[in-house]
Design a protein around this ligand. Sequence first.
Ligand code: AMP
Length: 469
Amino acid sequence: MTRFSELGLAPELLDALRDVGYEAPSPIQEQAIPPLLEGLDVIGQAQTGSGKTAAFGLPMLQQVDHGEQEVQGLVLTPTRELCIQVTQALRAYGSRKGVDVVAVFGGAPIRSQQAQLRAGGQVVVGTVGRVRDLISRHSLLLHTCRFVVLDEADEMLDLGFLEDVERILALMPASRQTALFSATMPPPIRRLADQYLYHPVTVKVKAATLTVETVEQFALEVSPREKADALVRLLDAERPDQAIVFVRTKIRCEQLFRVLRDRGLNVKALHGDMTQGARDGVMISFKEGRLPLLVATDVAARGLDISGVSHVINFDVPTSPDGYVHRIGRTARVGRSGRAITLYERRQRREIEAIERHAGVKLAPWVKDAHVAPTPITAPPRRHSKPHVSADGEGPVRKLIVAGGRAAGLEPSDIIHAITVASGLDGEAVRNVRVLERFALVEVPEKDADRVVERVGASEGLRIESARR
Ligand code: AMP
């Protein structure tokens, strides 16, 4: 088992990792951190949930020079959500070192972002459109930037941002270090990598291949505060013969163990901070069936044969789709199928979708006594498909409201452009655009409306929502 301390990371970063409670590097971190620390360019093929943010973020933070206030690192993201998520993560990882991380994204006042950039910003995380905008206003200068990351490059391609990305890269010093992270490598991304990365090292999280057993798979949306209660209800309804509950960190493992124990359940914890003797004791009693319930981190559970277990419960969504396959792929008993239930918070919906694509299953919403067809556990590679919807002019339409109108300088073409670029919808499918003083109205096919709202909302500049009926 590789440790963070073996990867060449500085003490203040290791301390920060201890603060956030990460036990050991995820596979993409293990592979990407050493070459990035050596100064090499890296192509990382990894999905949301793999721990990719720390994989590029830690080496970037390590190379930030305290004494310099200029921009030293830039992370480009396709969406506002990802921008905010990456910023929060980098602030946490860089907290002990005191690195100044600034987020810049569309749909928020540009003035305050300009002020933050004037005040500092050794690392800037930004959406492509807003970064270009700030560059053109001379608020963001990149000639001092030594490290750039393109995060979720295939999403940038899908959203039509690739040319903008190239323009931004062209403004940076040729001697800079570049990392490109993408779940898939369609030809335009390959070409981009060929042109802008220098002898890159490619790292991939390889897909798990496992013996095929069958598992009934469910997911249950919960709010963070009710998670423990939801778990207790779930255990009560499921009455598992033997269950293993997976959590992400040692701290959470210990906390959840206490909660369950205090409710009178026969439960033990298993995590990397326990002595070897204590761990062995827990493993043996679990294996022999004397212990019905175990709360464990992935790493600690690695040595555990859980093939006799009737239930795997993911109290925390696994760090990667592969991790999911690993966790639940071991539940099923020969001749009987196991049950796997994953708890998730609303903001983790994308991680669940990544798991569904990767494992080739749909996780059914969990309700008491629910049964679904047991599914073999495999991990097919994700196919890349650009959303394409043809205009058929038929069927119901939905009216959407765009926040912003003539007063903001919006024209009908801006709205059509934003919708088609973000959602993949044909221009002809976008109808009846009416730009008023403070807002605009537009109609799109009902079947595409949710995606338009989600995609346009997630990209840049425009706030859009369904009109009330
Ligand atoms: P990411 O793929 O970077 O969005 O990370 C997905 C989630 O995994 C985030 O909630 C991270 O905080 C968490 N995470 C990243 N690396 C680790 C690690 N080594 N151990 C535990 N959790 C991690």
